[in-house]
Ligand binder design. Sequence first.
Ligand code: AMP
Ligand code: GLY
Length: 385
Amino acid sequence: MKVLVIGGGGREHALVWKIAQSPKVKKIYCAPGNAGISELAACLPIDAEDIDKLVEFGGKEKIDLTVVGPEGPLSKGIVDIFEEIGLKIFGASKKAAEIESSKSFAKTLMDTYGIPTAAGRTFTSYKKAEAYIKKMGAPIVVKADGLAAGKGVIVCSTEKEAIGALNQIMVKRAFGDAGNKVLVEECLTGEEASFLAFTDGKTVLPLPTSQDHKPVYDNDEGPNTGGMGAYSPAPVVDRYLHKRIMEEVMIPTVQAMASEGRPYRGVLYAGLMIDGDRIRVLEFNGRFGDPEAQPLLMRLKNDIVPIMEATIEGRLDKCRLEIDDRASICVVMASGGYPGAYRKGLTISGLADVRRMKDVVVFHAGTAAKDGNIVTSGGRVLGVT
Ligand code: AMP
Ligand code: GLY
């Protein structure tokens, strides 16, 4: 088989690493990839959101399976376009990916189908949102409706901060059109966990639980990032909660999407807040998490390719996941200054030493090859897993 992976971060390196282990796979391409990925796949100079070029490449090369990493191309409808020309692709359709790309859609879906989540309301009017914030008081959470690269959620401890956030999103338009609507919701407390599952629209096959850590510094301090590390399993999700998350969140959500005429195929990721025995959904993502994918894929023992094919073809009821009992952890190494401004082009040393370590894989995120060296090219650089 020829496989094309779309994206170029740590999650995509983990996907390429896992797919490369499949005896079914002869050749892997990755668009755009990174220096680590280029050891396993042919990297293409095509942006992950350049749908036209990706479709052209997929058709010309007769790619047998395309796997989409990030949310951008999913929300632009890459899956629908590939399927229209008969190319097999793993990921959520445009209408299904709205569960991530529109927080108001996800909130309405959860409210309609009784899926537990924070109480909240969506606004298109600044005045009405402001009045609601004043009525509800702080702490309160203000969210841009659309995709904002993980930065569109502002947890506010005062009313003033919340109105400032509203101003940033709706007036200053810090996230562009993603801020045409705003979601204002109750601030939840507890411990977060990520719950990811393969689903073909009928069967839900859960991956192990995981937990990601967003603040940049140790002890969960500093500003939020895309994720500084993740481990699996998440001890907060015991067997009892696991069963309830499947029954109260994952299965009802997949059924709700089917009822709404948006059959969900791919990976469904629920970001949960667990408070004692209360489970509430903070958000859904229509893809693997980054960095959750790194520890999760190291624990998955199956060949991932047949699982992805079964997801696409509606045969997940015939599949079982085999999981390594051992825990795994990914620690992200970021460039100084991230998530603010940081330097690029710094030489990375020590990678060869890690190759000799058992059960350790260094997944690359922002790396590039330059003059025989591997150099940094992004904020999150490596995921030591
Ligand atoms: P999201 O992108 O919706 O997952 O939000 C990013 C982060 O903001 C989450 O991982 C939580 O840490 C936090 N967050 C989102 N919604 C809430 C909420 N209703 N209450 C408290 N924290 C929240
Ligand atoms: N690690 C959080 C995310 O992928 O959205």
